[in-house]
Design a protein around this ligand. Structure first.
Ligand SMILES: *Cc1c(COP(=O)(O)O)cnc(C)c1O
Length: 354
């Protein structure tokens, strides 16, 4: 690939790869040898650097720690059958990153820094991409404000970084979900569509409450009426009712526009299902369940791809589903993994060679 981007590279003296086993490696705990770092100063992005992965030195007054101008992305790289590294739909994450940046009053990152920086970093640390089935290299781009000032105003300085983490199969057993009718994640006019750090901190209390009661995750409802389903933890959510897959629509700005969601919509349509993006009420879901029309329920996201939902607890009831009899969600999950890992052709142009 052409190195249009001028990156200052400092290589690690020794790789730490020998210290970790890439087999069934836990999600998000290990990081590769290098990281990418770019500072925004005086209204300009400075020269990108790739240097050995290491702690940062930051002032205690650094603005992001106090006022939360911080956004991130999650992307995965895989080796194909020939061992060539490829990244799944990174351009979509790039566009979403800048949408998040705009909403949080942060500067846009130029495409070549995000894309070429990521490509170069992944290429340098390519030996960290596990080749085992369902294993991948998780790519975490993020940006935060770095002004040393505890006055509340948008920062003038920012840091954009990319770090990489090898990950094993994000095995998720079919989930038990608590439908959350008290706490809310996002409201119209808010920042729900941004991958902004604060959204995740704000969700932890309700999630912990649900966990205490034996559930894996919460299904968020709309903030105004607590009537329409939104999304599930850090996953978008799909309901197959009769012969139609329904997923909540995005126009209220309260739901994250998932890249996996988009991909699953495409694959569901190819599998012959009708797909609707529209408001979906809990009433409609319960009514469909009670007449036997609710066929499959699942979440979608980069970390787990597709997670089946085996139980929905709502309004004093426990709706239970027989996930073993499901047809679409397991097949789509399989197909998506096959495309990502190169076992079947990538007909959609989703895989970007490194
Ligand atoms: C990241 C995320 C998703 C899933 O998005 P993908 O692009 O599919 O990974 C869904 N909901 C929330 C709240 C998220 O943060």
């Amino acid at each position: 690939m052409t190195a249009a981007l001028d990156i200052l590279i400092t290589r690690a003296e020794q790789s730490r790869l020998g210290e970790v086993s890439l087999e069934n490696i836990a999600f998000g705990k290990h990081f590769t040898d290098h990281m990418l770092e770019v500072d925004y100063v005086d209204g300009k992005w400075q020269q990108p650097q790739i240097r050995p992965y290491q702690p940062l030195s930051l002032a205690p007054s650094v603005a992001a720690l106090h006022y939360g101008q911080a956004i991130f992305e999650g992307i995965k790289a895989y080796n194909d059958e020939q061992g060539n590294p490829r990244i799944f739909r990174p351009l979509d994450n790039f566009y979403r990153f800048n949408l998040s940046a705009e909403r949080m009053q942060m500067p846009a990152i130029p495409e070549e820094i995000f894309m070429e920086g990521m490509r170069e970093l992944v290429s340098m640390d390519r030996s960290w991409i596990p080749s085992l089935r369902d294993h991948s290299l998780y790519i975490r781009p993020f940006m935060f404000s770095t002004d040393e000032l505890i006055g509340v105003r948008p920062s003038e300085m920012y840091k954009f970084m990319i770090i990489l983490s090898p990950s094993g199969p994000y095995y998720s057993a079919p989930m038990r979900i608590h439908v959350e009718e008290q706490y809310v994640r996002a409201s119209p006019g808010g920042v729900g569509y941004a991958k902004a750090a604060g959204n995740y901190g704000a969700a932890m209390y309700a999630t912990a409450q649900a966990r205490k009661h034996g559930y894996d995750q919460v299904l968020w409802m709309d903030a105004q009426e607590h009537k329409y389903v939104q999304e599930c933890g850090t996953m978008n959510v799909f309901f197959i009712i009769d012969n139609t897959a329904i997923t909540p629509s995005l126009e209220q700005g309260t739901i994250l526009n998932g890249v996996t969601r988009q991909s699953v919509i495409t694959l569901l349509k190819e599998a012959g299902l009708k797909v609707e993006e529209r408001p979906l009420s809990l009433d409609e879901i319960i009514e469909a369940h009670d007449r036997g029309g609710l066929k499959e329920v699942f979440g979608t996201g980069t970390a787990a791809t597709i997670s089946l939902i085996r139980e929905l607890a709502c309004r004093g009831r426990d709706l239970q589903f027989d996930v073993d009899s499901w047809k679409y969600a397991p097949a789509i999950k399989h197909k998506l993994m096959d495309i990502r890992e190169g076992r079947i052709p990538d007909l959609h142009g989703w895989m970007m060679p490194v």
